[in-house]
Ligand binder design. Sequence first.
Ligand SMILES: [Zn+2]
Length: 182
Amino acid sequence: MHTINFNFNCISHAMMPSEKTTEGLMRIAIVEARNGMRRGDGGPFGAVIAKIGSNGKATIVSKGHNSVFVAPDPTAHAEVVVIRKAAKKLGKEKLGKDYLVVATTEPCPMCAGAINWAGISNLAYGTGIRDAKKFGFWETDVAAKKILRKGKLKNLKIVSGVLRGKCLRLFSEYEKIGGKKY
Ligand SMILES: [Zn+2]
């Protein structure tokens, strides 16, 4: 697991939850991804949004999976799905610095843009964009951190490689069931 901290403006004290908590959230995102692909809703990608308390405790706000086929909607990536759900549930378009997106794969440029628009400062992901590309997905190879750093997010925290092995396995499972690459 690799953590990148961009604490340029250390005003907020919101922190990334413990490794154990982040992994727990990732397990939920993985279940989402698996359920979604088995149902044929979309690709092998899942995500969770959690609110982080001052004690580092995480409360799940939304969870979801890639739904590009079932919608059909090319923008229905897991991260966009959970951001839409969370914004609707909370009744606000800016979620804020106390929120965390956990995604099985690194957010693509569209999703990194959505995270920025949602004002979410914390991100944890498993596999990288390059892994998805290697499996044949139509990825744009621009690192999420590159996009997020250009935005206005304060106290940006990014953790990569969370349960990477389990997230990678989703790709081979998807291949095994003959999932469509898009
Ligand atoms: Zn995306």
